[in-house]
Design a protein around this ligand. Structure first.
Ligand code: MG
Length: 159
């Protein structure tokens, strides 16, 4: 058995009046994330962590934001495809840990739904998916509510 780890990081701008998707769940907020896809920063960080663990490049290589095919795409589709690439290489997910950084809104009430959605998309137990959230104490772009960021760490194993 072989284990490999990967990390992922992503950032999106926040703009008034856009829908706000985090972890595959629509969050009610006056602002939403700007991006070529549905701009789900948490899923994008998880995708990059998975690709990194399997040494398969990054999300921009597999799903370029210059490709009209990915305009407005549901990031859950990208996540499913990404995990497919990892499985093709002979690996499965052991666990995922993540951190969401944003000042507003409070996302704690949404975390169980995000874990359920991600568990269904990936076909792994909810217990193997951790989502944490923090403000940045009003510091930096997240603290000024100009953007949202996410970090993810994954462990994959081959049998
Ligand atoms: Mg992104």
């Amino acid at each position: 058995m072989k284990y490999r780890t990967g990390i992922g990081y992503d950032v999106h701008q926040l703009k008034d009046g856009l829908p706000f998707y985090l972890g595959g769940v629509k969050v009610e907020h006056a602002k939403g994330a700007l991006g070529h896809s549905d701009a789900d920063v948490l899923i994008h960080a998880i995708c990059d962590a998975l690709l990194g663990a399997a040494n398969l490049g990054d999300i921009g290589k597999h799903f370029p934001d210059t490709d009209p095919k990915y305009k407005g795409i549901d990031s859950k589709i990208l996540l499913k495809e990404t995990y497919g690439l990892v499985k093709q290489k002979g690996y499965v997910i052991e666990n995922i840990d993540t951190v969401l950084c944003l000042q507003k809104p409070k996302v704690a009430p949404y975390l169980p739904a995000m874990r359920e959605v991600l568990s269904n998309v990936l076909g792994i137990p909810q217990d193997d998916i951790s989502i944490k959230a923090t403000t940045t104490e009003h510091l930096g772009f997240e603290g000024r509510e100009e953007g949202v960021s996410a970090m993810a760490s994954v462990l994959i194993k081959s049998e």
